[in-house]
Design a protein around this ligand. Sequence first.
Ligand SMILES: C[S@@+](CC[C@H](N)C(=O)[O-])C[C@H]1O[C@@H](n2cnc3c(N)ncnc32)[C@H](O)[C@@H]1O
Length: 344
Amino acid sequence: MKPNNLKTIITICSAFVSLSAAAFSVDEVNPDSLFAPFKMLYSLSKSAETENFAVSEYVKTCISTTEDALKKCVPVFLKLIGEPNSPITEDDPYTMESGYSFPPHMVVQGPLLQLCSKIKPIVFDIGPGSGNDSLMALFAGARQVIAVDIHEKQLAACKARVSGILEGCVELSKFVTVKRDFSVAGKVPTQYVGKIQVINANKVLHFLDESETTTFLANAHSMLEDGGHLFVTVSMPTQAHETAGVVYYSKTTVIQNRQIKSQTFTAISKEDSGLISPRFKREVVRQSGNMAKVIMYQGRHFHTLETLQTYLSPLFEIVDSTTINCGVGNEFLSVIARKVSAVR
Ligand SMILES: C[S@@+](CC[C@H](N)C(=O)[O-])C[C@H]1O[C@@H](n2cnc3c(N)ncnc32)[C@H](O)[C@@H]1O
């Protein structure tokens, strides 16, 4: 390693250790600082990250576990961070739409890990995808993680993957899966009502329409104990859909001789989409000779801090928020909110 690189790394580490020490005490510290140290570390560490260094230091700093567990889980985290998106296995892939599972992102997961490390909570990971956040929460010290998903098949895949990685490191009984559509009223797992300290809903709310979003958040509120925390990450408006709210669109793909010739997106009304919520999709295929036209009807609910705040209030107060840019059309808003106990 070149001396200059080493110097950078040492600087980054010292910066992180001091930032980290100052950054997290959920109750005492200026709430504005929850994301800030991770954003700073992220931008500071770009060069060192390519050598997988800053990331491993970040993981080590966050997790409170045995040396043996550390040896096993740091390489796991590094691997997760480098993995590509993987499609969600929908129970009915022709009518349901759930997007992809994403690799962890330091700025989004940092505060979640630190909270897990500090208070050893019971965590609800709603919409866990392939389980990256559940894994990180458990490695960080969560007492238990309950992964709740609408798709049985995805939950089974998530359980198998998470158990395989946890084996020998964290007790497998700490990871529980529950199949639920969390956007409907009166269907929450009642044994956990009021008993959860942390709820994580990473890239889930943009599949819900207005009333489903309201119900989802009311359900989340009922599951949390007083003062419990809600972590939400959600899609922001894109270049194609510049305003927040629920949008529906059609994606038309023209295929000739089994090769894609063109792809166009058109904004359409909800009625024209034939969908009742962005949780669904509809595909129409028209074929003539060696030409096929595939029209996929989909929807998304894009949020800004203002629109999300309208849904969160008065059940939750926002503690901190940040935006994450993962490339054009992939901008996310991440919010940490605290349950407001007595809603009058
Ligand atoms: C885009 S994926 C995100 C996965 C993961 N949290 C991540 O950040 O990579 C959305 C996840 O939410 C789940 N989901 C969507 N709607 C849901 C609902 N109403 N109730 C529970 N889970 C839902 C999907 O099955 C999927 O696992």
